[in-house]
Every structure is written in C-alpha cells, then in structure tokens.
Write a protein that binds this ligand. Structure first.
Ligand SMILES: *Cc1c(COP(=O)(O)O)cnc(C)c1O
Length: 436
C-alpha cells in the first residue's frame, strides 16, 4: 500500500508516512485505496491482536514492516477493550470501554501502536549519530501522558512533553510528569498554543535538527489512526456474531480522530450501521453537517476539555473520503452538548443507569438519549467511553456527590513521584533540556 497527502503530491511508503506524521504540503496521509473486507474475513480472528493483524494487513502490504505487523499488534493491544451492556428502556445499549490502558483514555491505543511501529522502523535503520529519536509532544492534557507512557523505556527513543503550566488537571499533570528515565517533562509558562508553537518551531529548526533527531507523535499520524479502527472492528464483530445485526456507534469527538476511525472501519465493509458524533459546544462539525459550509473557529473551553477543538484536523480526511457533501451528510450526524447538559447527563446516568461517565463520554450518552425513539429502538447502539471518570475526578465527583474508585493502572501512576522543570516558551530554553 502506498500513501499520499490529502492534498495530492508524491506517494510515500508506510514507514515514511508514520515517521513524517504530517505530509510536507500540510495535508494528512491517506492510503491510495481502501481495503474491502466483510465480517467473514475475520472468521478465525478473536483477540484484538488477531483482528488488528487481519484488518491492517492491507495497510502494511509491500512494506518492510509487513512481517512485523502481528508482533506490533501483540505489543500495542495488551489491555482489554470490552463492550459492556448498559441498561436502557428501548433498544440494546452498550459502552465500548476504551479506558483500560496505562493512562486511562483511548489515546493509549494509538500511542502504543505508534510506539510499537516506530520501534520496528528504527530496527531496520543504522544507528543515528545524533542519538535517540526524540519525540516532541505538546499537550493540553491527555495526549502527552499517553505518548510518554507508550515510549517510556523503549530503547532508541526519548520523549519531551510540553504542557501549559497550571492549565491541566492535577491527575493529568501527574500523568505527564511521573515517568523519568527517557521522558523529559516541561511545564511551559504559557498556554497550550505556546506549547504547540514551541514544538513546531523545534521540529522545523535546522540547527536543532542537526544536533538531535526530532519527530512528533501527533494525533493526525496515520500510525495512531489505524489502530483505532481495530476496536470498532472488534466491537462490531462481537455484536454481529451474537445477534446478526450491525452495531451503531456514538463517538465523543474533538479532533475527529476517533470518529473518523469508526467511519473508516464501516467504509472497509465491517458490519457497522449508523455513526453519530457527539461534541461539546465547539460545534464546527455539527454546523457544517447542517449548512454544508465549513467554518472552523477558535476553540471554546468546556468541561470535556479533550474535545475543545474548533478546527478538527481530520475533517480533511473525512472530506477526502466523501467529496460530495450530500454523501457526507447522509453518512454521519453530530449532536453538540453544552456544559450544563454534560453535568445533567453525568448526574442522570449515575442515578438511573448506575454508571459514572467522564465528561467526554457523557456527551455520547446525551446524544443517545436525544436520538428519535424509533432510532434508539431499532438496533444495538454502542457509545465509545473515551476516558475513565477517575481522570476527571474534580469535575465528576461534585456532580455525583461521591468519590470515584481509581482503577489499578491509574493508581500505580498516581503513586509515582512527579519530576518536571519550568521553562519559558522559547526555543533556547527547550534546547538546553534537549542537550542534557
Ligand atoms: C482526545 C479525546 C477525545 C477526542 O478525540 P478525537 O479523536 O480528538 O476526536 C475525547 N475524549 C477524550 C477523553 C480524549 O482524550
């Protein structure tokens, strides 16, 4: 399989697309053609790693990495992603628990697969005289922790995490700063935008790149997108094998990486019915689906902060998949949910369904409860739970009036000592830490 930017240009192979992340013309890498499969393609596949290997085989075809795909999947899918039933008065309802990884959010899946893939790419290369491959990651909360956890203690790598000082939740900050070893955590005196600008400046600076081999682990990297298709495939096969019905999905959405993975998986031919996106009040996608007029805007801060995206990057991939607006509008719907509605849904589902959601997941259940009743009753709906509520304890606990039990993997991390330094958002300050 060859890859090309959504904006055209030259073909590259899989390893190049993964190592570059963003295409040189600013577009996003997509495969030349989409694989076609059916449920029967997976008849002998049961574990996530087996389903992942079969699903991603066409993406790895003709690459030096093809023979390593199964090992990459074993390495990346080392925690469960179960479909768990949720009480509902109408149709069949379930939650896809994406939060059993080391940092308790779905970003662990993409980050682990990317790290596993990049490790195998490094194995095929001569050692770089500049030393380890340094992943520079700017984060507003969840991404940095997942990337640090995924690359921690991997030979040949180093991670530099840049986060906005004082602007992430206490538990998120701990997940960004507890690693040590090959992870350097820096609290940048500024906002997320300053962190992102600093990371970009470093990645593009010739002098710095002459001294250090730098790379990124952005969520738009195809190496993070592909593995997210695996859990939609596995969940839909689970429902198909048990009921003979197509599963419908509701996906809490910000930058549209997770939602696009669901749309892609359906396009490959897996038994998926409807796909509904839930967002917070950053409503660029919802408005576009109504008006056909794409108007990205500045992001607004909400309780579901990991979805505070006004200009979702993966829209570019979605438009490449469905160039006709009429086709795109028929393929998905989006429901925007405001902060009061998020709090209301968390309280309601705690009381009525006996479930505790994180603020992002709550938007998904709000959307489910606001679907036309006939649609709810028509089949199986699965809401993607994108993070564990214990990660957002300061928001959720006051709403439900009790403490949230912390899952063991998260508890282990919270016990580790934190270590980080403060820097100004200047390249000289960052480059000092790169040279230690
Ligand atoms: C990143 C994130 C999202 C949004 O996912 P996208 O792929 O950016 O749409 C939703 N919930 C949580 C908890 C996240 O960390």
């Amino acid at each position: 399989m060859e890859y090309r930017s959504t904006r055209g240009g030259q073909h590259v192979d899989l390893a190049t697309a993964v190592m570059q992340g963003l295409a040189p013309d600013g577009g996003l890498f997509v495969p030349d053609s989409l694989p076609r499969m059916s449920a029967a393609t997976f008849d002998d596949c049961h574990s996530l790693a087996e389903i992942g290997t079969r699903l991603l085989e066409p993406f790895f075809a003709d690459s030096e990495l093809a023979s390593k795909l199964s090992a990459i999947c074993e390495d990346a899918f080392n925690f469960p992603i179960p479909v768990v039933g949720v009480p509902s008065d109408e149709g069949e309802l379930a939650v896809l628990e994406l939060f059993h990884g080391p940092t308790a959010a779905f970003k662990d899946v993409g980050a682990r697969f990317l790290a596993a893939t990049m490790s195998r790419i490094l194995e095929t290369e001569d050692p770089d005289p500049r030393g380890p491959l340094t992943i520079v990651v700017a984060t507003s909360g969840d991404t940095g922790g997942a990337v640090a956890a995924a690359f921690h203690q991997r030979p040949g790598f180093r991670v530099v995490v840049l986060f906005p000082d004082g602007q992430v939740s206490p538990r998120q900050q701990h997940q960004l700063t507890c690693w040590g070893g090959n992870v350097i955590s820096l609290a940048v005196r500024g906002a997320f935008d300053n962190c992102q600008a600093l990371a970009k400046e470093a990645l593009q600076n010739p002098a710095l790149n002459a001294r250090h081999r730098l790379s990124s682990a952005n969520s738009i990297n195809i190496g993070r997108l592909m593995p997210q298709c695996v859990y939609y495939a596995a969940a839909s096969l689970d429902i198909w094998r048990r009921t003979g019905r197509r599963a419908n999905f509701i996906v809490p959405t910000g930058n549209l990486g997770n939602g696009f993975a669901a749309i892609w998986t359906r396009a490959f031919g897996l038994p998926i019915g409807d796909i509904v996106l839930s967002t917070n009040v950053n409503r660029s996608i919802a408005d576009y689906l109504v008006s056909g007029d794409w108007r990205p805007r500045a992001s607004v801060a909400t309780l579901a902060s990991a979805m505070d995206v006004g200009d979702p990057s993966n829209m570019e991939r979605l438009k490449a998949l469905h160039p006709e607006f009429s086709e795109l509008g028929a393929a998905i719907q989006a429901y925007p949910v405001d902060d009061d509605e998020i709090r209301y849904q968390i309280a309601k589902d705690f009381k009525e369904r006996g479930q505790i959601w994180c603020p992002h997941t709550a938007t998904g259940f709000w959307a489910y409860d606001h679907l036309p009743p006939a649609r709810r009753a028509s089949g199986t709906w699965i809401v993607a739970a994108t993070a564990h509520p214990a990660k957002f304890d300061t928001i959720v606990e006051p709403v439900i009036g009790q403490a949230i039990p912390v899952p063991p993997a998260l508890a282990r991390i919270l016990d580790l000592p934190a270590q980080f330094a403060h820097i100004d958002p200047r390249l000289e300050a960052l480059s000092e830490y790169l040279s230690v």
